[in-house]
Design a protein around this ligand. Structure first.
Ligand SMILES: NC(=O)c1ccc[n+]([C@@H]2O[C@H](COP(=O)([O-])OP(=O)(O)OC[C@H]3O[C@@H](n4cnc5c(N)ncnc54)[C@H](O)[C@@H]3O)[C@@H](O)[C@H]2O)c1
Length: 352
């Protein structure tokens, strides 16, 4: 991508499709990065008028569309962010890629093997860059875990227990989270964060077993997956609670030979290392989201790792460097593992 025009950073034009919960976060992150990364939002789409208007407020003159497909018909931005309900990801991403746009797609990147294959084929044909919103790869605490695992700072990893607990996901457009065909259940929607991170850090599991529960409707709402990676084991739980009030709680506990690293997103400090020698330390992590952006006035710490991942995406486009953190093929591989786990979860629930 050409860097400069008459000495100035060439503008990257962007479009945002879907301005619900996640779209609003992408929108603010792009605004916060607009000066530094030279991004300009030229079009946004949402079929809910109030979301569309709210999303457009921060971009005077932005073109507004009711549907993502209409936007893609009329506009050809450099990049498209897809923050639609998951069942709409693949169609829109394929359309955007065929127009030559680089694409950022929220997770799960798709909901079936066929969609995954189509996405990969289209990317190969078009040569565009595609990043997936597997945002845990951009969390400072999880990056720390990956680093100490790779450097063996505390010796070898022996076990890893991860949890991602949420209230019932009842907030989506037309209640799409509660329909397995649209969300892929708690497995592909929530637990995919942890299974993706496990793959990112350790690699593909040798084997796994699944236990699960379901809501009265039959939709899988809790999954506990027991993985084996050589001589390391990991357990990851994803839960959509029956209540709509339980606080969101992501956590992990990694037992190394010389220390145990504990993270809990609801606690302060969230990350603590308990050493075998009796030390208790809360590592100071480098975060690029801790200040207020002077230009946009947006509090970047509210955006957290979403800011970090989008900044990385833009940096890769600007510099031409390989997109390694969460490229399309990685997003697809995580969906494929998630689909196997979902199948096992269904079998488990059927056999109870
Ligand atoms: N990375 C994360 O941590 C994270 C967190 C939450 C959600 N997500 C993902 O982000 C995606 C969106 O989730 P959400 O929570 O924002 O859902 P949401 O229901 O709040 O928002 C989706 C938006 O899309 C709009 N929409 C639906 N069909 C449309 C169409 N054809 N054209 C234009 N707009 C349309 C809806 O009006 C809605 O505003 C999902 O894939 C979800 O899994 C990721």
């Amino acid at each position: 991508m050409e860097e400069r025009e008459n000495g100035a950073l060439r503008k990257l034009t962007a479009a945002l499709i879907g301005c619900g919960g996640m779209g609003a976060t992408h929108n603010l992150a792009l605004k916060a990065l607009s000066e530094e990364m030279g991004v300009e939002m030229i079009a946004i789409a949402d079929c809910r008028q109030e979301c569309l208007e709210k999303g457009a407020e921060i971009w005077p003159g932005v073109h507004k569309y009711e549907t993502g497909m209409e936007l893609l018909e009329k506009e050809t931005p450099d990049i498209v962010h897809i923050c639609l309900p998951s069942y709409l990801h693949a169609d829109h991403a394929v359309r955007a890629m065929k127009k030559g746009c680089h694409v950022f797609i929220e997770k799960p990147v798709c909901l079936s093997r066929e969609e995954g294959e189509l996405l990969l084929k289209t990317q190969k044909e078009t040569g565009v860059k595609v990043m997936v919103g597997q945002v845990v790869r951009s969390f400072a605490e999880y990056r720390y875990l990956k680093e100490v695992y790779e450097k063996q700072t505390y010796g070898k990893l022996k076990s890893l227990v991860m949890q991602r607990l949420s209230r019932k996901a009842a907030w989506g457009f037309e209640n799409w989270f509660m329909d397995e065909k649209k969300s892929g259940s708690v497995v592909l929607d929530l637990h995919i964060h942890d299974l993706d991170f496990l793959r990112y850090m350790i690699g593909e599991p040798d084997s796994f077993t699944v236990k699960a529960t379901a809501f009265e409707t039959g939709l899988i709402n809790q999954v506990i997956v027991d993985y084996r990676f050589g001589d390391v084991f990991a357990v990851a739980e994803g839960l959509w609670d029956v209540s709509t009030t339980m606080a969101f709680e992501p956590s992990f506990r990694a037992c190394f030979e010389e220390a145990t690293v504990v993270y809990n997103g609801t606690k302060e400090p969230a990350l603590v290392v308990y050493g075998k020698d009796g030390t208790v330390v809360s590592p100071k992590l480098e975060k690029d989201d801790q200040m207020r952006d002077a230009v946009s006035g947006i509090n970047l710490s509210d955006l957290g790792p979403y800011y970090t991942e989008i900044r990385y995406f833009l940096e890769c486009l600007r510099s031409g460097k390989e997109m390694r953190r969460a490229p399309l093929e990685e997003g697809v591989k995580s969906v494929l593992l998630g689909l196997e786990e979902l199948e096992a979860a269904r079998e488990y629930v059927k056999g109870r």
